[in-house]
Structures are given as structure tokens and as C-alpha cells.
Design a protein around this ligand. Structure first.
Ligand SMILES: *[C@@H]1O[C@H](CO)[C@@H](O)[C@H](O)[C@H]1NC(C)=O
Length: 447
């Protein structure tokens, strides 16, 4: 009996050992398969990753092909125009002037979306002056979205390149945000990338589809373009002055450095674009350009009298300001021989600062300004300067005159080293910070 029990125990033990061995084997097989599955999953991930990369690459290349086809069409168009011109010259027995081989100064792009009537007005205004300098300033329309009437309008003008940005609505970050600001930022990135990265222009001038330009618009940009080449403390040239309303301007030749990005009709270089494009924001690109962290202490050039006029009452930006600030803008209407000015030297930081400091020093100081400020300024009838001690103080002064009160990233619109300058009855008014003249590098006693 005991022997039998013992035998059973041995069997049980053997069975248990066998069972354990089997389990161990099963486990090892399982692990092996699990490893294999993991490897397979990893492989598949890699595969779909490279598939995605290939698809991305493919769509980039396809975009390039489309852009190059557009460019080819534009050049063929231009070629045909030039041939006609040459034929006309020959028929008239005149010598054919040198038309080809001119290096472009900058590509000009009109940003359009869904306003065919506005685009028509803008194109007519721009072409009026661009036709004479078409070689130096090749013109493009970039359309955001599929609206056929806008496309047809753009294509109905001879000698105008056409690009189209087609992408679904981008997501917004916060509830209640207006998607238009996201679409605008993305469209700007598209157009700039097309012109700089694919078509290889060195500079680009950006206009919107609700602008008219001044007769010297192209001369102005041609003359100022060398500033961008030589002076790395200037990142863009603008044709706009926020305080450019009729009552605040008088000198068509005056240009200023500005810490505040004026926007609206502006020119930038490929070098600046290469810096901006990898960090281009999803929305509010113009306010982003106004951040010191973006411009890194560098400046913009702006005129006293605007070279663009914004007639866009129905737009996504500045709608609320339209009647107060945009309607009364003075668009320059006199001829300025920009080539005869040494702009590069006049606007060089040191020289510009010295001249500005000199003018501020010569201006009559006004203190204790009150509600009679306009009367006081008119009585003085010379350039005046008023020191402001805070943003609130500045705002109350700006309100009294009717110039922009608004600040962004710690500085008022149009300001340079805290200085806001505009005209009142032809005389200059300087609103200055207590440290503005020091910031210019000249204290009170220099002049
Ligand atoms: C703006 O940026 C520049 C360079 O990055 C820096 O030197 C300067 O102090 C900044 N200015 C302000 C007001 O933050």
C-alpha cells in the first residue's frame, strides 16, 4: 500500500515536472513570437513612416511642378509681349531698346481671396505704373481659395503671374478665434515660399487686394532696396505710415526708421524670409512681426507720406479703424526723384539718429500740457517736443492730436526709440520718452 502510494507520488512529481517544463517551453515560444510581432509592428511603422515621407515629398514636388508650369506660362506670355514690342519698334524703324536681361529688383505679389471687384481696382492701379517697369518688378496675384471669379479676374490681365493656394480651413487654437487670421497667415507663407523658394526671387513686395499705389511706388522701392542689401539693422521697407492721415503729413521726401512694423505694402529680402519661414506663426503674422523677439532689435523704414492707399472697407483686418484712420490717409501724388537721394547714407543708424536728435533738441519743449494742448502747439508755430512718462500719458497725448494711441509689445505705433513724430499745421510734433534722446546716443547738451 505504502509502496503504491509512493509510486503515485513519484508519478505525480514526474507529471508536475513535465507540466512545468511544458509551461516553460510554451512561455519561451510565446516570448519568441511576441518579439517577432513587436519586430513586425516596428517594421510596419517604419514602412508607413517612409510611405508618409514619400507622399509628402511627392506633394512638395507636385507643388513645384505646378509652380514651374505657372512660371513657364508667365514667361511665355512675357515673351510674346516682348516680341510684339520688338516688331513694333522694327516697323517704326526705331532701334530696339534693351528690354531683356534686366535683373528684377523684386517680385510684387497681390494677396487676394474673395473680392474680385477689389482685385480689379488694385490691379488697375498697380499696372498703371508697373507696365513701365515690368522687367524690374514682375507682378503676381496669389489667390487663397477656389473662388472662380477671382481667378478669372486675375487671369484676365496680361502679364500678371497667377498662383493659387488651395487647402482646407486650418484649425484655430482657441474657441471664438476668427479662422481668417489663420488662413491669412498660411496664405502669406505660401505666397512668400512660392516666390522666394521656388521661383528664386531675391526680394518680394507684398500688397493686398484692396490697395492703390502712388505714382512713385516703384521708384521708392527701387531706391530703398539697396538699404536692405547694405544695412543689416533694417529688415524691411514699408510704403505705409500709420499716422499718415492728411493732417499729420507734409514732406513727400521724408523717410524714417521705425521699431514698429508698419505693414501694408512692404518689401523683404530672401535672407529675412529664410529667418522667418521656419518659425512663421499659425495666425496674426503681422503682430508677430512686431514682437522684439522676432525683429530682434532691428528696424523698418517707412515714409512720412504713404505710397499705398487702403480702400478696403470690407476686410478681415482694421475694419473698425476704416473711417477714422484709413479714409483720411494721404496717398503721395507728387514726383520724387528718389534716385537722386543717398538714402543708404541718410538712413544709416548713426546719421539718422544724429539728425533726429538734432531736430528734437531744436524743437520747443512743452510741459504741463492740458486740454488746451492744440492751441498751445499752434501758438508756438515751430517744431515742438513733449515728453511722455507712461503709456497712459502717451495715450492721452495721442488722443488729443488724433494719432494712433495703440501700443504693441511695449511700444507705440510708428515709434523709433520711443519717439513718435508727426506734423501739426506743418510743424513737427515729437512725443518722446524721457530716455529717447539718450537711446539715440545724444543727450540734451550736444546741440
Ligand atoms: C530687443 O531685442 C534686442 C536683440 O535681441 C535686444 O538687444 C533688446 O534689448 C531688445 N529690446 C527690448 C526693449 O526688449
Amino acid at each position: 500500500m505504502a509502496l503504491l502510494e509512493c509510486g503515485a507520488r513519484v508519478w505525480l512529481l514526474v507529471a508536475a515536472v513535465m507540466f512545468l517544463l511544458l509551461q516553460a517551453r510554451l512561455f519561451s515560444v510565446q516570448t519568441k513570437y511576441a518579439d517577432r510581432i513587436a519586430l513586425a509592428v516596428e517594421g510596419e511603422n517604419k514602412c508607413s513612416h517612409s510611405k508618409k515621407a514619400l507622399i509628402d515629398q511627392f506633394s512638395v514636388q507636385q507643388g513645384r511642378i505646378v509652380a514651374l508650369e505657372d512660371e513657364k506660362e508667365r514667361l511665355e506670355n512675357k515673351n510674346a509681349q516682348l516680341s510684339l514690342l520688338v516688331r513694333d519698334y522694327r516697323r517704326m524703324g526705331k532701334e530696339v531698346p534693351k528690354l531683356v536681361g534686366t535683373k528684377p529688383v523684386a517680385a510684387v505679389v497681390i494677396m487676394a481671396c474673395n473680392r474680385p471687384d477689389y482685385l480689379d481696382r488694385t490691379l488697375n492701379s498697380v499696372l498703371k505704373y508697373q507696365r513701365l517697369v515690368a522687367e524690374k518688378f514682375p507682378l503676381f496675384v496669389s489667390q487663397d481659395g477656389p473662388m472662380e471669379s477671382v481667378k478669372a479676374k486675375a487671369k484676365s490681365f496680361v502679364g500678371v503671374g497667377y498662383m493659387q493656394h488651395l487647402e482646407g480651413d486650418p484649425p484655430t487654437r482657441n474657441p471664438g478665434e476668427i479662422v481668417a487670421y489663420y488662413k491669412i497667415a498660411r496664405h502669406y507663407k505660401f505666397a512668400l515660399s512660392q516666390l522666394f523658394d521656388i521661383r528664386g526671387f531675391e526680394k518680394v513686395i507684398i500688397l493686398e487686394d484692396d490697395m492703390e499705389i502712388a505714382p512713385d511706388f516703384f521708384d521708392y522701392f527701387e531706391a530703398t532696396s539697396s538699404i536692405l542689401d547694405c544695412d543689416k539693422s533694417v529688415v524691411a521697407i514699408s510704403s505705409w505710415n500709420d499716422n499718415g492721415q492728411k493732417q499729420f503729413v507734409s514732406d513727400p521726401t521724408a523717410l524714417y526708421r521705425s521699431d514698429f512694423f508698419p505693414g501694408l505694402g512692404w518689401m523683404l529680402t530672401r535672407e529675412f524670409w529664410d529667418e522667418l519661414s521656419p518659425i512663421w506663426p499659425e495666425a496674426y503674422w503681422d503682430d508677430w512681426l512686431r514682437l522684439n523677439s522676432t525683429r530682434k532689435g532691428r528696424q523698418f523704414i517707412r515714409p512720412e507720406i504713404c505710397r499705398t492707399y487702403n480702400f478696403g472697407e470690407h476686410g478681415s483686418s482694421m475694419g473698425q479703424f476704416y473711417y477714422k484712420y484709413l479714409v483720411p490717409i494721404k496717398l503721395n501724388d507728387v514726383h520724387v526723384d528718389w534716385k537722386s537721394y543717398d538714402l543708404e547714407s541718410m538712413l544709416k543708424e548713426e546719421k539718422f539718429n544724429k539728425e533726429l536728435a538734432r531736430r528734437i533738441a531744436l524743437a520747443t519743449p512743452l510741459n504741463n500740457v492740458d486740454e488746451n494742448i492744440l492751441k498751445m502747439v499752434e501758438n508756438v508755430n515751430r517744431d515742438i517736443r513733449i515728453v511722455y512718462n507712461s503709456q497712459m500719458h502717451f495715450e492721452s497725448l495721442a488722443r488729443a492730436f488724433g494719432v494712433f494711441e495703440e501700443w504693441k509689445d511695449g511700444i507705440p505705433r510708428t515709434s523709433y526709440k520711443g519717439i513718435v513724430v508727426f506734423r501739426w499745421k506743418g510743424n513737427r510734433v515729437f512725443l518722446v520718452r524721457p530716455d529717447s534722446r539718450e537711446a539715440l546716443g545724444y543727450n540734451a547738451d550736444v546741440f
